[in-house]
Design a protein around this ligand. Structure first.
Ligand code: PBG
Length: 335
């Protein structure tokens, strides 16, 4: 639906690029601090900050420090923080019971953040991989990732998070039927306003490598996740999964990874018009950071350009490890 432009030279596309003011007027999309969700890694202990080698600038934080981080994020106007636990190796078992322990690391962090910074929304991860001795998102028996048995575990995990005060439950496990099972359980437990952001179109991706280092799953994972995560060659399937998750009660849907899958974001947003998010995952962050640290690209400009690309593709918001840096740049007028 292009306007009926006059031919050159009556129409010159360079006119609206000729000053900063005209460029701003003609800008179609915007990136705001409201569009950012900040994923953070948590660990046990007190006053501990532990760098993650494959994610320069990202640390695992003890609960007291993640509360401070949440305060900083809220001060910048970031609407949500998303928690990922590094579970002590001694707590990783085949039954994954630590996942629904009301006093596990994630649930302690949720309570501490909601007590100190109630205005920031806390999002959680629902999946068994940080608690599983075999590193998979589901229960494993005889080398098979079990679907229906895993649903019961995920429901217990999600309920424990909601009881602790989580605002947004983020099932990232890719088992069939989990959104409906979790939604029904939340309603029965009186958690009517706990939102679900479904990792609906989550691909079996090489870009998760640094994340698995961060949560300690690189060491535990046996095999790969191709029997439950999506084939990177597919996008019709993404629409089917998003449709299914919305029908089961998801409030928001996510595409993951982000940048290599912006075509999927665009199709999902066009097809359903639902609140649509993308996860700029650890490998995407690591690539931009590594190139910037080598002086090969301008890190801040690459960050902002990548985040704008999510908005242009149709994202309502982005999970990004750059959230703090991006918010600071936007606040300073450089966004
Ligand atoms: C697993 C989970 C993963 C990520 C979020 N939740 C990795 C995986 O599926 O192995 C990846 C996030 C990132 O790479 O930043 N439940």
């Amino acid at each position: 639906m292009q306007p009926p432009f006059a031919p050159f030279p009556m129409m010159r596309h360079r006119r609206l690029k000729s000053s900063a003011a005209l460029r701003k007027l003609a800008q179609e999309n915007a990136l705001g601090i409201n569009d950012l969700i900040w994923p953070v890694f948590i660990r046990s202990g007190v006053n501990l900050r532990e760098p993650i080698a494959s994610m320069p600038g990202v640390d695992r934080l003890s609960v007291d420090l993640v509360v401070k981080a949440a305060e900083m994020a809220a001060g910048l106007g970031i609407p949500a923080i998303c928690l990922f636990p590094y579970t002590d190796m001694s707590l990783r078992t085949l039954d994954c019971a630590e996942a629904w322990n009301p006093d596990n690391l994630t649930n302690r962090a949720i309570r501490a953040i909601k007590a100190a910074v109630p205005q920031i929304a806390v999002m959680t991860d629902v999946a068994l991989d940080p608690y599983n001795a075999l590193g998979h998102d589901g229960l494993v028996r005889g080398g098979v990732i079990l679907n229906d048995e895993t649903l019961e575990a995920l429901v217990k995990q999600a309920l424990a998070q909601a009881d602790a005060g989580a605002d947004i439950i983020g099932p990232s496990d890719m088992m069939d039927g989990r959104i409906g099972a979790i939604r029904r359980a939340l309603e029965s437990a009186g958690h009517q306003n706990v939102a679900i952001m479904s990792y609906a179109a989550k691909y079996a991706s090489a870009f998760y490598g640094p994340f698995r280092d961060a949560v300690g799953a690189s060491a535990t994972l046996v095999g790969d996740k191709t029997t439950y995560q999506m084939n990177p060659a597919n996008s019709d399937e993404a629409l089917a999964l998003v449709r299914r998750d919305l029908a089961e009660g998801a409030d928001m849907v996510m595409v993951k990874p982000g940048m290599p899958y912006l075509d999927v974001v665009q199709r999902v947003k066009e097809a359903f018009g639902a609140p649509t998010f993308a996860y700029q995952v650890s490998g995407e962050y690591a690539m931009i950071k590594a190139a910037a640290l080598n002086g090969w690209i301008d890190g801040e400009r690459a960050m902002l350009e990548s985040l704008m690309a999510f908005r242009r593709a149709g994202c309502d918001g982005v999970l990004t490890y750059f959230a703090i840096e991006a918010a600071q740049a936007i606040k300073a007028g450089r966004g």
